[in-house]
Design a protein around this ligand. Structure first.
Ligand code: FMN
Length: 345
């Protein structure tokens, strides 16, 4: 089965991409994902907070800018690794250790390794993205994890900040840039088009927000870091179907993949690639093989021979009145639920 595909202008052997997760925190982890057959690996994120901490710890490095990260790599790769274990911060790596991992992972596998930057403020992203490119990233994924909790920030300002981040990173690197989007915009489609116009090579739909929970026993606020459920795929799938053919950027589906049918569903909606983290964490990296083989089997069963025959088959055709279509889907869904699923009482 011909599963080869294009994403961000890169050629991938298949459309399954390992989304950032603890599975890509080591070279061995990245190798296991590649051995299991994924088309590309997005490394776990380097967080803006880590960059700020590193800059405070090492003002000289911060002053010198992006090039110094390249130097740091050549001087300190061994120390960077040791640092992770010596101070017990293996899961909170320094930027230097991240770049060292990126460089070694990119050299170790024959699939594209994509660097991930996670932050919110406009400053600094360009130089760190440049350092990732230098370290061998095939592309950069920007995860702009921003919960605009302040009542003083307008929606337009939140959007502009995102556009500015993308413009700054695009100016700084030659490798493709993808943006991992939040689903919470008043006009997601317009935001997607603005990012497309700003030069984003790919849009990843969507980021999964981790809201803390409230424990009524301990009377405390507790972090809630759980794996996703397939029902969460409905939201990104709706938007992928709506954006297909309306932006030049590649579309990556993220959230809710559990089995091969979920991969097929996203492709039918119009995704160029389908990302997965929770399923691989739940079942192990080798589960990527199950997803890829399952996709091939499904295509054979349905008489598809290429991904082009599948992709976007159930997308919303450009030119359709999107608002009316979604409204009609909502109304008929409710009518069905009222009459047949949950009623009449
Ligand atoms: C334990 C864990 C760690 C994650 N770390 C990152 C990260 O470093 N950067 C990032 O962009 N997304 C991160 N994610 C989000 C995933 O990449 C993915 O977008 C999200 O979990 C939804 O996809 P899924 O349903 O396949 O899990 C993480 C998810 C989990 C569960």
């Amino acid at each position: 089965m011909a599963l080869s595909t294009r994403y961000l202008g890169l050629t991938l052997r298949n459309p399954l991409v390992a989304s950032p997760s603890p599975l890509s925190q080591t070279v061995d982890g990245v190798r296991r994902l590649a051995d299991a057959g994924v088309g590309a690996v997005v490394l776990y994120s380097l967080f803006e907070e880590q960059l700020i901490r590193e800059a405070a710890r090492d003002a000289q490095l911060a002053d010198a800018g992006a090039d110094s990260f390249g130097e740091a790599l050549s001087y300190f790769p061994a120390e960077a690794e040791a640092e992770a274990t010596a101070d017990g911060s293996a899961d909170e790596p320094s930027p230097r250790r991240y770049l060292s991992l990126l460089e070694r992972a990119a050299a170790a596998v024959d699939v594209p390794v994509i660097g991930s930057l996670n932050g919110v403020t406009p400053g600094g992203w360009g130089s760190y993205a440049g350092a990732m490119q230098e370290a061998g990233a095939a592309a950069i994924e920007l995860n702009v994890y921003h919960v605009p909790g302040s009542p003083k920030i307008s929606g337009r300002d939140v959007e502009q900040q995102l556009v500015d981040v993308v413009t700054g990173v695009k100016d700084a690197v030659g490798v493709p840039v993808a943006v991992k989007l939040s689903p919470y915009f008043s006009s997601t489609a317009e935001m997607a088009v603005r990012l497309d116009d700003a030069g984003a090579d790919g849009l990843v739909l969507f980021n999964r927000f981790l809201q803390p929970d409230v424990d009524p026993e301990s009377l405390t606020v507790v972090p809630a870091v759980g794996l996703s459920h397939p029902s969460e795929a409905l939201l990104p799938r709706t938007w992928i179907a709506l954006l297909r053919g309306r932006v030049r950027a590649s579309l990556a589906a993220s959230t809710g993949v559990e089995d091969p049918d979920d991969v097929a569903r996203f492709l039918l909606a119009g995704a160029d690639v389908v990302m997965t983290a929770s399923a691989l964490l739940r079942h192990g990296p080798d589960y990527a093989t199950v997803l890829i083989d399952g996709l091939s089997d499904w295509m054979a069963r349905k008489d598809f021979t290429t991904l082009d025959q599948v992709r976007g088959l159930l997308a919303v055709t450009p030119g359709t009145d999107e608002v009316a279509r979604e409204r009609a889907g909502y109304v008929s869904g409710l009518r069905e639920a009222n009459n047949h699923v949950y009623g009449p009482w």
